[in-house]
Design a protein around this ligand. Sequence first.
Ligand code: CU
Length: 216
Amino acid sequence: MKWLFDPASVQGVAMAGDWYVFIGAGILVGIYVYVAIFWCVFRYRRRPGQAQQFEKNTPLELTYAIIPFLIVLGLFAKTFVVERPIDRVASSPQEKIGVVGFRWSWQFKYLGTSLTATGTPRRPPTLYLPLGRLTEFDLTTVDVNHSFWVPAFLFKRDAIPGMTNVFDITPNRLGTFEGRCAQYCGLDHAFMTFAVKVVPAAAFDRYVASNGTQAP
Ligand SMILES: [Cu+2]
């Protein structure tokens, strides 16, 4: 929840804008519904004598069909405008990282170099990312479905056998963030975690050039 107001990637910040609109719309609709319910409960509570009954009100029925339709249309438009650029994969990323999920950990391959980091359930791996660089991820799995989830980036994508899911992320803040598998995948699923460490670009370059011996 805390990341909703403070995402750690450029794409996450855009995504959060989308979430605020949805939460705001939900709150407004909720308030309207509860006010309408309680207003009816008190205004039209049972009184002596027969209440007036009517069974048709075309303008009212049209109004309460059209307003929700417009709300949904607006939310759809907002989502489309925000998420399309996020889903679009840049043709020239600054870094490329291969991510392989397996039962029950992760492997990170820094593509174009010989550096690979492989975790185990008891020793989760660390994914190093350079601050401010557009980084492409090629995500897949060698066994069952997994899901690559970094809450701080407000980002989650499934890893599916036989498929490579491609996305990109630009970290906008230094720090260490939690990552985990978000798709139940068997016995040690709960241990299928990883750390995401966003470091200055120069430190990232040193890490890769030293083949992982100089961890920033
Ligand atoms: Cu998994």
